[in-house]
Design a protein around this ligand. Sequence first.
Ligand SMILES: Nc1ncnc2c1ncn2[C@@H]1O[C@H](COP(=O)(O)OP(=O)(O)O)[C@@H](O)[C@H]1O
Ligand SMILES: C[C@@](O)(CCOP(=O)(O)O)CC(=O)O
Ligand SMILES: [Mg+2]
Length: 367
Amino acid sequence: MNSEPAPRSLVVSAPGKVILHGEHAVVHGDVVLVNTAFKSKNSLVAKCLNSALLASVADFDESKSPSAEQLDALREFAGIAAESSAPDSLATLAFLYMCLAISAKYGDVPSVDIIVWSELPTGAGLGSSAAYSVCVAAALLAACGAVACPWTEEELSLINSWAFQGERVIHGNPSGVDNAVGTWGRGPGDDVSLARRVPTLRILLTNTKVPRSTKVLVAGVKDKILKFPAIMNPVLDSINAISQECQSVLEAMPGNPSPEYYPVLEELFDINQHHLNVLGVGHPCLDRLCRVTASHGLHSKLTGAGGGGCGVTLLRPGGAEPPSAATYRDLCACGFECWETNIGAPGVSLHCPSALKAEVLRALGMS
Ligand SMILES: Nc1ncnc2c1ncn2[C@@H]1O[C@H](COP(=O)(O)OP(=O)(O)O)[C@@H](O)[C@H]1O
Ligand SMILES: C[C@@](O)(CCOP(=O)(O)O)CC(=O)O
Ligand SMILES: [Mg+2]
């Protein structure tokens, strides 16, 4: 007689994010203005099956960064070449680290099969690495009974702190903003009422499809700051001032946003885009994106780590329903993909499989 427990399925999603202002500066302790951009865009299924999940690396501690020795041991176990930054390698490494560390701390995670499906473009500045890490952390903690459902505030903090460890494996030196948005649906330190006080902005996201790695870009900015501190630190200070100015404009905007605020928001986008180029995280395709939208009277900047990936364009509310078909046409003619979105989405969520869209069920192999 087979006495194995029936496999259990957990379906977890976490949102990506759009950074309006403060990318890179936030790694160095400055303010960031960030919001969620997607609902249920990144899903992961942890099924408790009996496949073998292995290896052990001693001395895990969630308050410490994963050590070089631990990551080397995991790379060797998984057959990942040293310094490989291939998406699959980093995702596998982050998963193995979280799985082993969570097992060591809270008791064995049962054997699991993980299926990851994402509507977010990966490596494009929309926080896919954090959405992935939040989903893996939540699923593993739930699988070993360290968090129950629905999640309490304390359990969300636990998910967030383990997701931060996953981000550390993928990013090297993350600020923690992306995993906080993935967990709570809002930036760290933002109170719940902030979303009610600021207007819902209409934005256009454009993916240049130029691949890049956040880890490499963040390390490049650090090198530049170390090389030219007197030149680069004022740039970070100015980016910080832009974030603060933008936040006060958003808070000053009345419930029915008046168009008079938009030229200020647009100018802040332009200034920040120049600063980000100074930090060395621009790309000719992002310059092109800005030029194309400017030719239609719209203002854009890169979002996330830059170096390619996505740009964000501010749209004015209502009226002549911008962006025009010509804007889409010109951006698509550059080989870019663009879509309009509203900001705001819930954080990490647990889903009932029967409530999932057919498309998601198919992608997860659950239909
Ligand atoms: N759905 C996913 N499946 C597997 N790995 C993912 C997924 N989403 C993100 N990742 C991991 O995150 C990395 C991209 O992270 P990063 O360079 O920070 O860009 P971003 O967070 O802006 O998408 C990928 O290389 C991969 O390792
Ligand atoms: C550049 C940075 O500010 C944001 C990176 O976001 P993304 O991985 O490009 O989505 C880094 C960070 O905050 O950890
Ligand atoms: Mg990332």
